[in-house]
Write a protein that binds this ligand. Structure first.
Ligand code: ZN
Length: 475
C-alpha cells in the first residue's frame, strides 16, 4: 500500500505537504502524522485497463469464445490480467477485495472454533495412492516429478494431507475434539476447458476445512455448525444463495450439500421446490423425478454457480490413514470426519457476476477494494479552486471516520474532466464517489455524493458526509 502514498518530493498538486523537511527520510515514503497526509492516489495504482474485447480474447488464446460479464468487466477495468489459459494475475484492486473476503471467512471459521493452518501445494503421490485417488482423479490432477524422480501433485484438495497429519499425532484425546482445521490456499485443477475467468480457472484460491469428531452424532453437529457459518458468510456479503443436496463425487462420504448462487451463467442445474425447502443439484435426482420428493409439488429448475461444498465423510479417510483418538475409556477410535470447501476467488467473481450491471461493477459492500473515491475538479476548470478543499476533505474523512483509513482513493488524474473520472469510478464500483464540483465553491461547500449501491445522488456538506460515511462497515 505504501507504493500508493504520495511522496514528499514528488507531490502531485493536490497532495500538498506542509511537513518539516528535516523529518523527511530520502527514498522513503513519508508519514507526517498518523492518519494525515497519507493520501492514496489513483494515478499510482497499477491497473492495466481498457482492454478491448478482441485484445482480451487474444490474450487468452481464444478466437471466438464469448466471455461472461464478470470476466469481461474484470479484464476491462484492470482487476485481473490473463497469464495462461485458466490462470490470471490478480491485480491490486482484486487482491484488496480478496484479502477482505479472507478476513470475513476467517471471522466466520474462527467463530465456530476453526484453527487456520497452511499446507504445502506439493502433495506426495503416496498419499493419493493410498486412497486410490491418484488414479481416480485422472487428468484433472496436475502431476509433477522432482529431480529425484519422486511424484507429486499440486493439490486440488487436501483430505489426504490433513488426515495423514492428524494421524501422525499419536496422543490425540477425545478432549481435544472436535478439531476444526482450515486453510485458504491456492489449489490446482487441470480443467479440460478453463473458462469464465476466475469462475473456472486452473489455479484458484479455496478455503478448505477438515473436521475431526469423536462420534457420528458429534460430527453431524459440526456439519450443521459449518453450514450455518456458510449461511452467515453469504448473508454478510449480501449474496442470495441456495443450499442444495449434492453428489459426493470424487471426495466421497455419505452426505453432501452445495451452496449455489443462482445466475444464468452458472454451470450447475438446480431443482428447487417452490412450496417447501427442498432443493437439489439435478445430478442427484432421478431424471424422471419432476416432483418434489418431500411435498410432491412440481420442481422448478434454475442455474447456479457452486461457491461452497460440504461433505460428511465419516471414516472414509481416517480409516485409510489410521487417524485415531483415545476415547474416555482410553481406547483408540477412528475420527469421524467432514470437509468443507469455499471457492474464494470464485466467490469474488460470482459476486461480481450477480451484482453488477452490464457496464458497472458492483461489489458486496464489505469487499469493495476502496470504499470511497474522491474526485477533485479538472485542472484549469472554473471549479479548480476547490482542488485544495478536496485534499482537506480527504484528510478530514480519514481522521473523523477511522474505519475508512486506507479506504479512500483520490482520483488525481486532474487532466481529465470530472465526467470522465466519474464514469471510470462508476465502472469500478466504489460504493461512494464524492465529487468536488461547482457547489464545492459555495459557503458552506457542498459535495456531490454518488451512493452506488443504492443509486442515490445527494449533495452533502463535510459534516453530512462524515455522518453518512460513519455508517460504512469495513472488515
Ligand atoms: Zn417440496
Amino acid at each position: 500500500m505504501e507504493g500508493l502514498l504520495t511522496r514528499c518530493r514528488v507531490l502531485p498538486t493536490l497532495a500538498t505537504c506542509s511537513c518539516q523537511p528535516s523529518r523527511y527520510v530520502p527514498g522513503r515514503f513519508h508519514h507526517c502524522a498518523p492518519g494525515r497526509r497519507q493520501r492514496l492516489v489513483l494515478s499510482r495504482v497499477f491497473q492495466p485497463q481498457n482492454l478491448r474485447e478482441d485484445q482480451v480474447l487474444s490474450l487468452e488464446g481464444k478466437v471466438s469464445d464469448l466471455t461472461c460479464k464478470s470476466q469481461r468487466l474484470m479484464l476491462q477495468v484492470g482487476l485481473i490480467y490473463p497469464a495462461s489459459p485458466g490462470c490470471y494475475h490478480l491485480l491490486p484492486y482484486t487482491v484488496r477485495a480478496l484479502e477482505k473476503l479472507v478476513r470475513v471467512i476467517d471471522q466466520e471459521m474462527q467463530a465456530i472454533g476453526g484453527q487456520k493452518v497452511n499446507m504445502p501445494s506439493l502433495s506426495p503421490a503416496e498419499l493419493w495412492q493410498a486412497t486410490n485417488r491418484w488414479n481416480l482423479m485422472g487428468k484433472e490432477l496436475l502431476r509433477v516429478r522432482d529431480r529425484h524422480g519422486k511424484e507429486y501433485c499440486l493439490g486440488p484438495t487436501h483430505e489426504e494431507a490433513i488426515t495423514a497429519l492428524v494421524a501422525s499425532q499419536k496422543q490425540l484425546s477425545y478432549k481435544q475434539l472436535p478439531l476444526l482445521l482450515y486453510q485458504v490456499t491456492r489449489k490446482f485443477r487441470d480443467e479440460p476447458r478453463p473458462r469464465f475467468g476466475l469462475l473456472r480457472g486452473r489455479e484458484f484460491y479455496m478455503k478448505d476445512m477438515y473436521t475431526f469428531d469423536a462420534s457420528p452424532e458429534a460430527a453431524w453437529q459440526t456439519y450443521s455448525l459449518v453450514c450455518d457459518a456458510y449461511c452467515s458468510l453469504f448473508h454478510r456479503l449480501g449474496l442470495q444463495f441456495v443450499k442444495v443436496q449434492a453428489d459426493v463425487g470424487s471426495i466421497g462420504g455419505t452426505m453432501s450439500h452445495e451452496f449455489q448462487l443462482p445466475v444464468d451463467v452458472g454451470e450447475d442445474r438446480l431443482a428447487i421446490c417452490p412450496s417447501c425447502s427442498f432443493s437439489a443439484n439435478v445430478e442427484t435426482l432421478d431424471l424422471s423425478q419432476m416432483n418434489c420428493p418431500a411435498c410432491q409439488s412440481p420442481l422448478t429448475e434454475t442455474k447456479g454457480i457452486e461457491v461452497g461444498h460440504t461433505f460428511y465423510l465419516g471414516t472414509k479417510y481416517s480409516s485409510i490413514f489410521n487417524a485415531q483418538f483415545t476415547n474416555f475409556q482410553g481406547k483408540p477410535c477412528l475420527a469421524e470426519m467432514g470437509c468443507y470447501g469455499l471457492g474464494v476467488t470464485r466467490i469474488l467473481a460470482a459476486a461480481i457476476e450477480v451484482l453488477s450491471t452490464e457496464d458497472c461493477i458492483r461489489w458486496p459492500h464489505l469487499l469493495a477494494p476502496y470504499q470511497v473515491c474522491l474526485v477533485p475538479p479538472k485542472k484549469g476548470s472554473k471549479e479548480a479552486a476547490a482542488a485544495e478543499l478536496t485534499g482537506h476533505l480527504y484528510d478530514h474523512i480519514t481522521e473523523a471516520v477511522p474505519q475508512l483509513c486506507g479506504e479512500v482513493l483520490l482520483d488525481d488524474r486532474t487532466h481529465l474532466t470530472i465526467g470522465n473520472r466519474l464514469k471510470d469510478a462508476r465502472k469500478l464500483g466504489y460504493p461512494y464517489v464524492i465529487i468536488a464540483g461547482k457547489r464545492a465553491l459555495e459557503d458552506p461547500a457542498y459535495f456531490e455524493v454518488w451512493c452506488q449501491n443504492t443509486g442515490e445522488v445527494v449533495f452533502l456538506t463535510k459534516e453530512g458526509l462524515v455522518e453518512l460515511l460513519t455508517q460504512v462497515q469495513t472488515v
